[in-house]
Design a protein around this ligand. Sequence first.
Ligand SMILES: CC(=O)N[C@H]1[C@@H](O[C@@H]2[C@H](O)[C@H](O)[C@@H](O)[C@H](O)[C@H]2O)O[C@H](CO)[C@@H](O)[C@@H]1O
Ligand SMILES: [Zn+2]
Length: 301
Amino acid sequence: MEQRMLLVHAHPDDESINQGATMAKYAARGTQVTLVTCTLGEEGEVLVPGLAHLASDKEDRLGEHRITELANAMKELGVTDHRFLGGAGTYRDSGMVWHESGHATAGEDVKEGTFWRADLLEATAHLVEIVREVRPQVLVTYDQFGNYGHPDHIQAHRVATYAVSLAAARSFRPDLGPAWDVAKVYWGAMSETRMREGLRKLRAAGDTTTFEGMDPEDDLGWWVTSDEFLDAEVDANDFVAAKLAAMRAHETQIAVDGPFFALSNNVGNEVWGTEYYRLVKGTKGPVDERGLETDLFAGLE
Ligand SMILES: CC(=O)N[C@H]1[C@@H](O[C@@H]2[C@H](O)[C@H](O)[C@@H](O)[C@H](O)[C@H]2O)O[C@H](CO)[C@@H](O)[C@@H]1O
Ligand SMILES: [Zn+2]
């Protein structure tokens, strides 16, 4: 079977942070990996001082710069098919604010033309066209909370979920191509056990700044998924270097000496090279002794 995987993400950088190792692993073994990014990340911060002029409140050219960052990241992962939903610049980054309880949320005045205010059916139709062209057996996106509450992540979840249904409906927009039913849909997840183990190692090594304020013995809350709800673990430790190089490519968003890289090597390999998933559509394939699939195409041979 020719394996085809489609990932739907909100901003350039989400793909590398969340599934960079998985993408590199499957691309290396010949799976067709397609990434759809819904915005250009125009409202992002700019961590590189020499690029501060690009910010949305200055020259507003961060979006075009992040197109290049994404292309560079895809080269590191070996992914050759990456697209912007509706074409580059169709949906603008909605921005975000931090809610008092620690997760992201939409600001008071979300601008016209942003992804959060997009017409859901219009945005979904753009994705249906891609789904019917690519015909993926596996689709990956965020959970209903966008994993940490960012409005664009939540909207990407909604568009991806709606597009899976409509792409399979023969009577919906036949002009967008023959119907296609995606066999398996996964939500990216962060294992509670793995995050707790990583935090314990960091704190034991004296690191109090990485994931500052998080106590490994506390309830880790919305950050993580309880292991009872995990369905798949992709061990891509051989591709950690590619993932970290892809994350570094998003230089305006991810500080090389920031929390993502502050992990010591051994913690880094364990935390970043293994990526977790919840299966929300389709039948679970063969599992290991923990009840976890180790291949997202399990059961589809
Ligand atoms: C990983 C991710 O989704 N990044 C988004 C996010 O970026 C955050 C935002 O700039 C926030 O203000 C910072 O405090 C935080 O550190 C950033 O991770 O939101 C941006 C604006 O919508 C988006 O461009 C970026 O890709
Ligand atoms: Zn994002």
